[in-house]
Design a protein around this ligand. Sequence first.
Ligand SMILES: [Zn+2]
Length: 154
Amino acid sequence: MSNNLKIAWIDNGIVIDHIKNESTEKIFKAMDITNKKGMISFAFNLKSKTMNSKGIIKIEDKELSDNEIDIISLFSPGSTINYIENGQIVKKHICKIPNKIDNLLVCKTTKCITNNEKNMSSSFLLKEKNNNVEAFCVYCERVFNIDELETKND
Ligand SMILES: [Zn+2]
């Protein structure tokens, strides 16, 4: 158990650790915490052995949806999701960027067909490059840095 996990320990829920510092707020905002009664905390600018600085999000009594896991994986590949039950880490998942993501990111090209046709879902091919994630829209064929893009729910 790392020192960071000992702070404000939760008995059941999820702890997302090693989040890219600058992505922590974006990821936190994308988490569905409607009607959550348990403890919720997020912090960034934390010291880390492996990163310059990092963020952590802890949500008690929370199960992550596939959509939420995709968002963490896209904006902060390398993050660790710790699943906590009865005070123990029962599962760890290291987030990796998927090769392709459908129907989640919004293309920034105004004229892109995905922004103009109803029932057209977006589709991006993803690739890690120089510590960044590049997103290629398969419809308008433009390449974006992942940090430029917003998710549908924003
Ligand atoms: Zn596009």
